[in-house]
Design a protein around this ligand. Sequence first.
Ligand code: PRP
Ligand code: URA
Length: 209
Amino acid sequence: MGNVYVFDHPLIQHKLTFIRDKNTGTKEFRELVNEVAALMAYEITREMPLREVEIETPLMKAKCKVLAGKKLGIVPILRAGIGMVDGILKLIPAAKVGHIGLYRDPETLEPVHYYSKMPTDIGERELIVLDPMLATGGSASAAIQALKEMGAKNIKFMCIIAAPEGVGRLQKDHPDIDIYVAAVDEKLDEKSYIVPGLGDAGDRLFGTK
Ligand code: PRP
Ligand code: URA
């Protein structure tokens, strides 16, 4: 079973409160989502392996550390996952970005896969799939399934708010995947929105409602 890591860092929790607030406008919402994504990426990358290199400082030769191991790829689920990309790229500018397009059919709630474009070497990369919301888990599960079918072997899932139902679904469908989240909320409402949640992440990010 995959692990669930809840990031309760005070900065993340503080920013999350303003993300949830319905009075937060599009510009600030976007900035906050990127800031939380960056803080979460900082935590997720804590265990990244390092290797030693020798460099010369202005004073002497020194053995120092640089990142080693697998290269990173981030995969936002369109649309709302896009809102987390810039924050992460500020920390890890060399990461490649794949895109996967899924939307949740409002009637059936089933994910509809309409687009994907991945780096050619996804099988060799550590991938972090991004979506601010894990509600029923249908979109995340379908995205991860599609990535596995494209050859991805090492996948993490990062979201800002999850419902217990979505966490359970992802753990059942993909027991090999760890989940990183800023908050696990109470439940889904009758329209499968997360409550208390933040509303529709895509609409709030892009100002479409
Ligand atoms: C939202 C959200 C997730 C999905 C979560 O996207 O960004 O992708 O719903 O719901 P689920 O866990 O029940 O699948 P939406 O379908 O609204 O599409 P959008 O990003 O294009 O607005
Ligand atoms: N998608 C969202 O954007 N918000 C929810 O609460 C559930 C799905």
